[in-house]
Design a protein around this ligand. Sequence first.
Ligand code: ATP
Length: 224
Amino acid sequence: MKRVKVSNNVIRRLPRYLRKLDELSENGVSRISSFELGQQLGLTPSQIRQDFSCFGEFGQQGYGYNVPVLRSQIATILGMDRGYHAILIGVGNIGHALMDNFCFSDWGFQLAAAFDINPTLIGTTFGGVPIFSMDELVDYIRNNPVDVAVLTVPKEVAVSVTNTLTENGIEAIWNFTNVELTEPNSSTIVENVHFSDSLLSLSYFVSERHDERAAKAAKAEKQS
Ligand code: ATP
């Protein structure tokens, strides 16, 4: 696929478009204008047209977007059809929860194996995924396709496990450890998942609303 440089903001919006298009398909909607799509997503129609124009012309003047076609084009842009293989390191609470509840295959990934140091987990399978010893990690990476490592180990070992992964050719890490793994000169692609970032953004908006209400109430009291 020919790649043009696209801004991070556009890339971050693509999964939202995909989710909305899936919802529209489930509701039997097969065609949508940039105006309607914008209204449903809280974006302007020109923003939507601009986002999609980064990847070529998807819509048709006066017709709008064909929902399944647009969905499949966005899925292709996101790499969902490439059959990426993932491994998971650290089958604790978060690792277990991901293996149990997160359907990797819905997003084009196959979770092929997990690794841990806990002898009670090693040799077992969870949700059909085998759990191996960390001693087997390097061999596994050398002999199997691995595109992404899901990192759910404790903080204290996040960097050392990451080093083992990158030294053995793993290029991408989905990082749940709460340790900032993004290093300026590293070629590893890291997606940090900090649940607290999302919660704190929410906290900011709740505080803002409380302060606005308090200011309004104080003003009203002054006037009365
Ligand atoms: P969490 O909720 O963060 O998953 P937890 O309390 O279930 O936490 P942690 O102590 O964070 O457990 O460890 C997560 C998993 O990582 C455990 O299953 C643990 O055995 C495993 N683990 C610990 N150290 C390593 C390591 N060096 N390599 C691989 N797995 C590890």
